[in-house]
Design a protein around this ligand. Structure first.
Ligand code: ADP
Length: 435
């Protein structure tokens, strides 16, 4: 691990408990003016790109608490080695966790490691309809426990009261800064922190109903070594480091090269996006999981097809299918086996496409993105401009593209119907590229 030099000292070091959540946080920080790098897991070397904030993406939301703590502490040590001045533990805006954790245990461990006795916890993200009122979390108009999250297969959220939820996960005393205090502004929030501390509270749930509340909260957090939150809190932090909104923060190197989309997401949104791309008359090739399972060399066939079309504009390779077709495939191949076969094939195809000169790549699907990023050997990505909420263009160097590659990782439910053409149009507009 390399010690940072002062020129590369980062302001904010973030630990995210899942991959697309990390991108969501990075996106909010960029929009608030920070230059942000997202790492895939904990790097084993120093940062190679200059940045104001780094988001380390872990997959620690639903693993055993002890393992989540161990990974988070390793991420903390790496961020400290890069000079991070404040640590941000990022979790989901629906506070996804079980009574055993992992939000409480990870917060405890980070507080202990940072030798601090006070922090905040707020998943509020008003831009995404997540508000905290009197400590109760709302998703849109509904209490968390009535929002559908009560049925989540891994982290059912049956209690919307965050003070109670977090108190069940930690020995430290949990308190509340309610909306009336928040509405009075930063000084009142700071004063209330002191009151809570005098009552033995170590973790404060903070109400926030609007971005205004988050902007009021930001300055009150200036001296805390650790904050814990969803991605919403990010909008109020950059000013503490003298960083204001700056569109240059989203600047990426100029885009060049061929364009492609690989899609392994079967969500309703992605199905619509695939349909829209096909209807626009551009080249698209469906890959069939049964062909893969039968041993056909789908990767080589797909790349040969792509070679005929790439020079005329973006091509789409997809396994995206409607739910009934997916169920049929799964009944024949098994759910996990079908998923793994498709992910491996799409990941291999994405590597082949990059070898053929693709330098602008859209990947659709959360798990699919993980597989592609791993296969491409991407360890760090600079975060650029948002294409649609939660989905920015990123830039990364890999062995296959040493000069860099523009890549965007679209989680299944994100993006407008024309996302697959809009994404490239945005890069073209930015860099005046010919198609
Ligand atoms: P999302 O973000 O929409 O959830 P993911 O990539 O996370 O997308 O998950 C989609 C999963 O479905 C992946 O494991 C992928 O390999 C699998 N999959 C994709 N296409 C098919 C298909 N036609 N039949 C069965 N499984 C598929």
């Amino acid at each position: 691990m390399t010690q940072c030099d002062s020129a590369k000292r980062i302001a904010l070091g973030c630990i995210a408990d899942d991959f697309t959540g990390a991108t969501d946080l990075a996106n909010n920080l960029v929009r608030a003016g920070m230059r942000v790098v997202q790492t895939i897991g904990i790097p084993d070397a120093g940062l190679s790109i200059e940045a104001d904030a780094v988001v380390v993406a872990l997959k620690s939301r639903t693993i055993a608490a002890s393992e989540a703590v161990e990974q988070s502490l390793r991420a903390l040590r790496w961020l400290q080695s890069q000079g991070a001045q404040q640590i941000y533990f990022k979790y989901c805006s629906t506070f996804d966790s079980t009574p055993a954790g992992n939000i409480g245990p990870v917060t405890d461990a980070l507080m202990q490691a940072l030798d601090t006795h006070f922090t905040v916890a707020t998943p509020a993200f008003p831009d995404n309809q997540r508000c905290v009122f009197k400590g109760y979390l709302f998703a849109g108009d509904l209490l968390l426990s009535e929002s559908g999250m009560q049925n989540h297969p891994l982290t059912p959220m049956t209690d919307p009261n965050l003070v109670r939820v977090l108190q069940a996960q930690t020995q430290r005393k949990v308190g509340l800064v309610d909306y009336q205090v928040v509405a009075q502004g930063s000084d009142a929030i700071r004063a209330h922190f002191d009151t809570l501390k005098s009552q033995g509270v170590e973790i404060a749930i903070v109400d926030a109903l609007s971005n205004r509340d988050l902007f009021a909260l930001g300055p009150a957090l200036r001296s805390l070594p650790l904050v814990t939150a969803g991605s919403g809190l990010a909008i109020g932090l950059p000013e503490n480091f003298g960083i204001g909104t700056d569109s240059a923060a989203a600047d990426l190197p100029s885009a060049a090269g061929l364009q492609a989309i690989v899609s392994g997401s079967c969500s309703t949104t992605t199905n619509r996006q695939v349909m829209e791309f096909i209807q626009s008359g551009r080249p698209a090739l469906a890959i069939n999981p049964l062909h893969i399972a039968s041993g056909a060399d789908v990767c080589t066939q797909t790349l040969a097809w792509a070679g005929e079309h790439l020079s005329s504009g973006p091509v789409l390779v997809y396994s995206t299918a409607e739910p009934e077709a997916v169920r049929t495939i799964q009944s024949q191949l098994g759910v996990e086996n079908a998923g793994a076969l498709v992910e491996q094939t799409i990941a291999a195809i994405s590597c082949g496409l990059v070898e053929m000169g693709v330098r602008q790549l859209v990947v659709a699907g959360g798990e699919t993105s993980g597989a592609c990023v791993q296969a491409l050997g991407i360890a760090q990505m600079r975060i650029g401009e948002q294409i649609d909420p939660g989905v920015p263009w990123c830039f990364a160097s890999t062995k296959l593209a040493p000069q860099g590659l523009h890549i965007t990782l679209k989680s299944g439910n994100f993006g407008s119907p024309d996302f697959f053409t809009k994404a490239f149009a945005q890069l073209k507009l930015k860099h005046e590229l010919p198609y």
